[in-house]
Ligand binder design. Structure first.
Ligand code: MOS
Length: 709
């Protein structure tokens, strides 16, 4: 493979590779003797397999094996009792419709597909429920604590406030739908040596999970995932179907490829869980918030639990002495959910940021003014100062760019022909994480620098960001720097999730560059050279082809002294058609307050991508289930509507671009999550401002606008 090269900071190291098809995704590795797995899935939602007839499939042309609970292909970790992951092919129980019950492996994909159609199962069925609203309403349904209850000051203080609102917000199941389908190629060799080509947000995490299930040492497992075609969180764990692929390769002693269909992407690799939330807000007539109550129900599965940060934001985002939150998860008979961009915070922010707008309306205040009035000086939840927060400045920039002064506080008063115009605003916030990572740096006498770390790049531009950090520090042109990632044999790094990669891996890049520079300075001194000598001359003078070192980097005590968050402010202008209820997003301005901007191009792309995802969340995305059968009915791109070009106006992105003094050596905080968090509320708030109709049930489709009063 050619090297990834960055020409200038407005370039991407992998841009050319991606747009010319040179970037190789897991499914494109054509290993010699590759075989193909195709899944057979349950046609019932809950119960037990009574018979599974695989004979016809086994006899079909080209078929090498049919794996199922009948032959339990060896996975020693699955033979132990306990543990929550669904143990694929080690159970005859059915937990959701579309659960994999067998895998046919054949010498071609077409033969495997045909043979899979010959597998017949019979079941004993049990009663099931896939309707989350029904589960929440059902007093007898299981309800589990998703997070400890939180209380500061008086509980439910809003109830006795001068002005109060109490509203309920619904979020449907959303499905990640990255372009690249999920799957794996597994190549199990004698002596328990395993190579996999995976779609993963964490090559080390995948390696660890595999080691655990198959009881082989980590060193025996090589995970490759150089390019990932979108993850949005669904590739943050190793799913049972990946384990099944490895089982098949181990069983056959041949490389096996499994790639899910788009329909299977809806059932077996997670989703954003549905949620029902109640927000109560209380305020004085002058607009001072006096009470916040946030009660949330989130969807989970019956066979594994999933929780996320739905109620986090309510605890610190506004100055308020009385706050209480509760988060409960309720199992339904569906596949287990997983984080989806902005995870629980995006769910929570839809409710909280809608409610804040509703309160401003109840007070007859400009929502921007109301927000500024209640902007916190300190983090009241943790009783710490913020490491850095420039929200008021972000409000000011965004308001000016969107044309907030055109907005009328009275809803429904800006009308142009058949279109009603409205403006909305919201905040996004996410923990500014920093984990532990190692980076190896190899500085060569030919003037180049190679950096290596087992991190991933699912699209945000990690390779580009890391190259720019090193280029600036080392004063080496970006086109002489290569950043290698996506390989578990490289120095360890955490999974790419929670907006932490730039902060975590970038700090290790920083540290290894600082160390390389001081080594070069020592070598220069030893050779009686000027301290400012170029490293190429220094290496040559010392007869060294290269110097290399590995540095591990992690946060220190500063994380105990400061509350660290990234913030975003989203401004949206919408036009709503009076007769049809169609919502057109007319303009988007997102302002990021996330410390230093390392890579302007990829930072902007993060915010643009988040806004597009936010438009989908607000207006179109919803995974619909026919609860009579427990099956998804819009499990394809024709019926599950992600925004297309025609749905997206020009998006303006601005950054505060001031270093956070405490987060890390670069002063840079993540922005993957804040790009989306809160966005859907800005749209809902704009729709309200345009029409006077408050939609609390996403997505905001025309029928709801026409029906609501
Ligand atoms: Mo993300 S939900 O941190 O991949």
């Amino acid at each position: 493979m050619e090297k990834r090269i960055l020409k200038d900071e407005n370039d991407r190291v992998d841009g050319i590779f991606k747009v010319t098809g040179k970037a190789k995704y897991f499914a494109e590795y054509a290993l010699p003797g590759l075989t193909y797995g195709v899944l057979v899935t349950s046609t019932i939602t809950k119960g037990k397999i009574t018979t599974l007839n695989t004979k016809a499939a086994e006899k079909a042309p080209g078929v090498m094996a049919v794996l199922s609970h009948l032959n339990k292909p060896s996975a020693p970790g699955y033979e132990q009792d306990g543990g929550s992951p669904l143990k694929i092919f080690y159970t005859d129980k059915i937990f959701y419709n579309g659960q994999p019950i067998a895998m046919v492996v054949a010498n071609t994909f077409e033969r495997a597909t045909y043979a899979a159609s010959l597998v017949e199962a019979t079941y004993t069925k049990e009663q099931f429920n896939t309707d989350f609203d029904k589960a929440v309403a059902d007093a007898k349904a299981k309800k589990l604590q998703g997070q400890p209850d939180y209380k500061r000051g008086v509980e439910d203080a809003y109830k006795t406030a001068e002005v109060k609102i109490e509203e309920k917000y619904h979020l449907p199941i959303e499905t990640h739908n990255p372009m690249e389908l999920h799957g794996m190629i597994a190549d199990w060799r004698p002596n328990n040596q395993l190579t996999v080509y995976a779609k993963t947000q964490g090559v080390k995490a995948t390696q660890g999970t595999i080691a655990n299930v198959f009881k082989i040492p980590n060193e025996n497992i090589r995970v490759n995932s150089e390019f990932v075609g979108g993850g949005f969180g669904m590739a943050l764990r190793t799913w049972p179907v990946e384990i099944a692929t490895i089982m098949a390769s181990k069983y056959l002693g041949k490389p096996v490829k499994l790639m899910l269909t788009r329909m299977q992407m809806f059932t077996m690799v997670g989703n954003r869980p549905a949620a029902i939330q109640t927000i109560g807000l209380g305020a004085k007539k002058d607009g001072t918030l006096t009470g916040i109550t946030h009660l949330a129900f989130g969807e989970t599965s019956v066979y594994e639990n999933f929780t996320e940060g739905v109620v986090n934001m309510a605890k610190f985002m506004y100055q308020c002495d009385n706050v209480n939150t509760q988060y409960t998860v309720v199992p339904v008979d569906l596949g287990v959910p997983i984080w989806m961009r902005g995870p629980g915070e995006a769910t929570g922010a839809f409710a909280l940021e809608s409610a804040i707008d509703e309160m401003a309306h109840a007070l007859d205040m400009d929502p921007l003014e109301f927000r500024i009035k209640n902007d916190p000086e300190r983090d009241q939840q943790r009783n710490l100062p913020f490491s850095d927060k420039n929200i008021k400045e972000a409000y000011r920039i965004g308001a000016q760019k969107i044309g907030w002064n055109e907005r009328k506080n009275k809803p429904g008063s800006l009308i142009e022909g058949q279109w009603k115009t409205g403006y909305g605003v919201s905040i996004g916030v996410f923990n500014a994480n920093r984990g532990r990572a190692s980076v190896k740096g190899i500085l060569k006498a030919d003037g180049s620098l190679v950096l290596q770390s087992a991190t991933s790049d699912i699209g945000p531009g990690t390779g580009t960001g890391m190259t720019l950090i090193a280029s600036k520090l080392m004063n080496i042109p970006a086109d002489r720097i290569t950043f290698e990632l996506g390989d578990s044999s490289l120095p360890p790094a955490p999974s790419q999730g929670g907006s932490a990669t730039l902060s975590t891996v970038g700090s290790a890049v920083n540290d290894v560059c600082v160390a390389l520079k001081s080594t070069i300075a020592e070598l220069a001194a030893n050779a009686n050279m000027d301290a400012t000598s170029n490293f190429v001359e220094v290496l040559k003078k010392n007869n060294l082809p290269s110097v290399e070192m590995t540095k591990q980097s992690q946060a220190g005590k500063e994380r105990e002294a400061y509350s660290m968050y990234s913030f975003s402010i989203h401004f949206v202008k919408v036009k709503v058609h009076g007769l049809t209820g169609v919502v057109k997003v007319d303009k988007i301005v997102s302002v990021g307050d996330s410390g230093t901007i390392i890579s302007p191009k990829t930072a902007r792309s993060q915010m643009v991508g988040g806004a597009v995802g936010g438009v989908g969340m607000a207006l179109t995305e919803e995974s619909v289930i026919d609860h009579r059968y427990g099956r998804y009915i819009n499990n394809n791109f024709a019926d599950y509507h992600v925004p297309v070009n025609a749905d997206i106006p020009e998006i303006e992105v601005h950054f505060i671009n001031k270093p956070d003094p405490y987060i890390n050596p670069m002063g840079a905080k993540g922005m993957g999550e804040i790009a989306l968090i809160g966005f859907s509320a800005a749209v809902a708030n704009a729709v309200f401002n345009a029409t006077g109709k408050r939609i609390r049930n996403l997505p905001i489709t025309p029928d709801k606008i026409l029906a609501s009063t």
